[in-house]
Design a binder for this molecule. Structure first.
Ligand code: ARG
Ligand code: ZN
Length: 875
């Protein structure tokens, strides 16, 4: 049965302290947990003690030091229940044994290339010991870890190191860690292994010294430097921008090769997928560096938003995730180019979250029920959750937002809080009512906002008529109107913003229209010329906007808008409109010429020397096939989209070849590789030019990519050239792929790029290639990064082949999901979610997707994770 938000009850028993004694062993690690418990005054009186477990075997149990009579408790692998415990403070000692080597789910205590590590969020601690595994039970933890010194010379835990030493008369040693900050068990972690480390010291704003350590596989320390740099910058930024200071003597990060997600914010001991720690110019791209910076910051920022203030229950996941994503986005915006960061965040949101909102897996930012919480670590909770926080800031202004955050951090420090608690801080600090705003957490789906503008020449006024609707989503047929902060500008014929004089004196003067009703009109006075409205500037609200704006108006914005996001978006809107029409034409067997005006606008952007190269690279990128599919919305034919997009890219290439070539030459590197934003921006633009030039299919374009590939002195350029060759030059593809593999085959993270690239080739042979690669020595079903690189890229980034009309692509992914499910249900469920837009396909492909989903659904012994995704998908 599903868990429901409305059924929340406080815990009946509290845990004040936890002492864990862990003896690491490859197949039989022994855990003795000593829990100081007491009845919760806010709980139900006389309650039994019910402790969660998952695949656990109990070895011994005592209450206040006395063994318990067999009739006093019931134990299964999934729960330990003390039927009638004395209703007073008591101490339980629980001994369990687990097999880390057999733990292929990568939840609880497991081994990753012989390193012992843990992952407890959301419900993994119950795979280590019996415990009230819920985030509102906060305890102070002391952990003693013991292991063979030769096997695990490094022993790390949460909090501060207390003591360590040899276990007399043995080859074993131990370390004791104490974390003074009460925390829920999902933040527990330990690590044991043979690891190298780099260390640095950080001095906090109030002068406290913190020892920072990053632990990596032996021999990889020189790849950890960028992560360390990002960590120190994150720590300083959080002090300066949010007043959040670090609160322990040490902060450690460990990189492991087998990890289900990106990283985990365990208190004082963050554990990372090594893909988000390790970087060198030779092995990591600029995008990898940016991801590392963002994720290091994200996990660090959780120390306050997530750890010091945690969640009451898992329905509140967005309380920590949406807020922390918002914070890491702001950090990256300050560290790099703010407009370019905003553009890439919105592209991610539209690319991943909008389809989620439009399909059978749609759910609110705060879900109201779930069957498997691990399936709710979604783009909606994370990315839309961050947009909701951003809207709060837009509504309340910089200072009002900071006042709300200050109150939240102060009022709820040490709490397991709710979304209501969070919103109340902003409401109280600003004297506003956020009841309607709270609908952003409760209603799923993407609001559709329709805008039409009219200029009254005689009255010298301009009116915007705005309507909002929210389409029905699973479980929500009726919707209420939302609060939509719509940032707008009126751009005059000279390209300058006009002064906004709202005729009702509302807050529209500062450029934000507050939409609260299904239909609203706003009138501006003193508008002497017909303006072009710039709507939803900076993407101030995560809505789908449609307007009656002409192509000419959009072109005008693409050239003149002072808002860089809308300047980018105007050209994208034109391109998207063309691609939708061209796709329809392609299905009807005709080809539509590329709009000259669009090509001219792209050319003008390319030639505008005043623009940031990173911005130009974004502006020149043609909307993706997924973008077009989303815009079309139903009866989608991926082949027709691919054809239309390929033709547009070719037309841009043909028309702009000289300008693209000039820009390619102009942005040639000067000096050695440096991952900073400015250099990365130049590379992005140069590589975008390389790609568009090759899209023309001319021998010169291909030859240039070949030279670029061979001359590259860094992974960004080398891999970009390789992907150009792989996509655009079948004749050069195999040799280039082989050369790349030869050079990097010992480096799994680079091999992932090689796998992912091959999985994305939009040709019918891709399926056989992917199938073949699953037997390649570099591939391993047990490693989530390998699986996501190969199968995940095929399903998520190769629409024509995943949605092959013969259904073979759907069957390949469904088969992989079924194979993986027995070993790693979380990974399987995530892959299966690639079917989320299946209902929008044209009938033949839709039937094939449905058949694949049904085949999965019928498999016996499916995990709860996959059962949940498949049943909601078919819903
Ligand atoms: N809290 C982590 C983060 O976003 C994600 C961990 C999710 N893990 C999971 N098994 N669902 O930083
Ligand atoms: Zn997070």
């Amino acid at each position: 049965p599903p868990v429901r938000l409305g059924d929340y009850l406080p815990p009946d028993w509290l845990v004040d302290t936890v002492h864990l004694d862990v003896r690491l062993h490859p197949t039989a690690s022994r855990i003795v947990a000593t829990l100081a418990m007491r009845p919760n005054p806010a709980g139900r009186e006389g309650s039994p003690i019910v402790l969660d477990g998952d695949e656990l075997s109990l070895k011994s149990l005592t209450l206040d030091g006395e063994p318990l009579d067999g009739t006093a408790y019931v134990v299964t692998p999934a729960a330990l229940t003390l039927l009638a415990p004395p209703q007073r403070a008591l101490t339980l000692e629980i001994e369990t044994v687990v097999d880390p080597s057999a733990n292929t789910k990568l939840m609880g205590l497991y081994r990753s290339s012989s390193t012992y590590c843990t992952q407890c969020e959301a419900e993994g601690f119950r795979r280590i010991t019996f415990f009230p595994d819920r985030p509102d039970v906060l305890a102070v933890y002391t952990t003693r870890i013991e292991a063979e010194r030769a096997e695990a010379p490094v022993l790390l835990g949460n909090g501060n190191p207390v003591e360590s030493g040899a276990v007399e008369g043995t080859s074993r040693h131990y370390a004791v860690w104490h974390d003074p900050w009460p925390k829920p068990c999902y933040l527990f972690a330990l690590v044991g292994g043979k690891l190298d480390r780099i260390t640095e010291e950080f001095v906090t704003a109030t002068g406290k010294r913190v020892e920072l350590g990053i632990y990596v596989e032996l021999g990889k320390t020189e790849r950890a430097g960028y992560a360390m740099d990002a960590l120190k910058r994150s720590m300083r930024w959080d002090e300066e921008v949010f007043g959040c200071e670090y609160d322990l003597d040490v902060f450690n990060i460990v990189a492991v090769a087998d990890f289900n997600m990106g990283a985990m914010e365990n208190k004082g001991l963050n554990i990372f997928n090594d893909k988000y720690v390790l970087a060198s110019p030779q092995t990591a791209t600029d995008a990898d560096y940016a991801n590392i910076e963002a994720i290091i910051a994200h996990e660090y920022f959780h120390n306050w938003t997530g750890n010091r203030i945690t969640c009451r229950d898992w329905f509140q996941l967005c309380l920590k995730e949406g807020l922390t994503v918002f914070r890491d986005q702001e950090f990256s915006a300050d560290a790099r180019s703010r407009p370019v960061k905003r553009i890439s965040d919105v592209r991610l949101l539209k690319g991943h979250q909008f389809p989620e909102d439009a399909g059978p897996l749609a759910h609110p930012v705060r879900p109201s029920s779930y069957r498997e919480i691990n399936n709710f670590y979604t783009a909606t909770v994370y990315e839309k959750g961050a947009e909701v926080v951003r809207m709060l800031k837009t509504l309340l202004g910089e200072e009002g937002f900071r006042a709300g955050m200050d109150l939240y951090l102060d009022r709820h420090d040490g709490d397991a809080a709710t979304v209501e608690d969070f919103l109340a801080c902003f409401a109280n600090a600003n004297g506003v009512d956020l009841a309607q705003f709270a609908l952003w957490y409760a209603q799923s789906g993407t609001p559709q906002v329709t805008v039409s503008g009219s200029w009254d020449e005689a009255a010298r006024s301009y009116r915007l008529d705005i309507a909002q609707t929210l389409p029905p989503t699973p479980g929500q047929s009726e919707k209420l109107p939302m609060v939509i902060p719509l940032a707008v500008g009126l751009v005059g014929p000279d390209g300058q913003d006009m002064t906004l004089t709202p005729d009702d004196g509302s807050n529209a003067a500062r450029g934000v229209l507050l939409i609260t009703e299904p239909r609203q009109s706003f009138v501006f006075r003193d508008v002497p010329h017909r303006p072009v409205p710039s709507l939803n500037r900076g993407f101030s609200a995560p809505v789908k906007l449609s307007s009656d704006m002409s192509t000419a108006d959009l072109l005008f914005l693409a050239r003149h808008d002072s808002d860089p996001f809308n300047r980018f978006d105007a050209a994208q809107t034109i391109a998207l409109g063309h691609l939708v029409e061209a796709t329809a034409a392609a299905r009807a067997g005709t080809a539509m010429p590329a709009p000259d005006a669009l090509v001219a606008a792209l050319g003008a952007t390319l030639d505008d020397g005043a623009l940031d190269p990173a911005f130009v690279a974004q502006a020149l990128s043609i909307p993706s096939e997924t973008d077009v599919a989303r815009e079309i919305g139903e009866d989608v034919d991926p082949d027709a989209i691919h054809g239309a997009r390929t033709r547009l890219r070719r037309a841009v290439s043909d028309a702009l070849a000289p300008a693209l070539h000039a820009a390619y030459v102009r942005h040639a590197p000067s000096g050695a590789y440096c991952p900073d934003a400015a250099s990365a921006g130049r590379r992005a633009l140069r590589n975008t030019c390389l790609d568009l030039l090759a899209a023309g299919g001319t021998p010169e374009g291909i030859a240039r990519a070949q030279v670029h590939f061979e001359a590259a002195d860094n992974m960004t350029d080398r891999f970009f050239a390789l992907s150009v060759l792989a996509h655009a030059a079948p004749q050069a593809r195999e040799a280039a792929l082989a050369a790349f593999h030869e050079r990097f085959h010992e480096d799994p993270l680079v091999v992932d790029k090689w796998l992912a690239l091959q999985a994305q080739i939009a040709e019918p042979q891709a399926l056989e290639r992917v199938r073949g690669l699953t037997s390649h020595p570099a591939f391993a079903w047990s490693n989530p990064n390998r699986v996501r690189a190969l199968i995940g890229s095929f399903a998520g980034l190769n629409p024509t082949q995943f949605h092959r009309v013969d259904g073979a692509g759907h069957q390949l992914v469904a088969g992989a999901v079924m194979d993986i499910d027995g070993r790693n249900p979380q990974l399987a469920a995530r892959l299966l979610a690639a079917f989320k837009s299946w209902r929008s396909l044209e009938p033949v492909r839709r039937a094939s997707a449905e058949a694949a989903l049904r085949r999965v659904a019928e498999k016996p012994d499916l995990s709860p994770d996959v059962t949940d995704i498949v049943s909601r998908s078919l819903g």
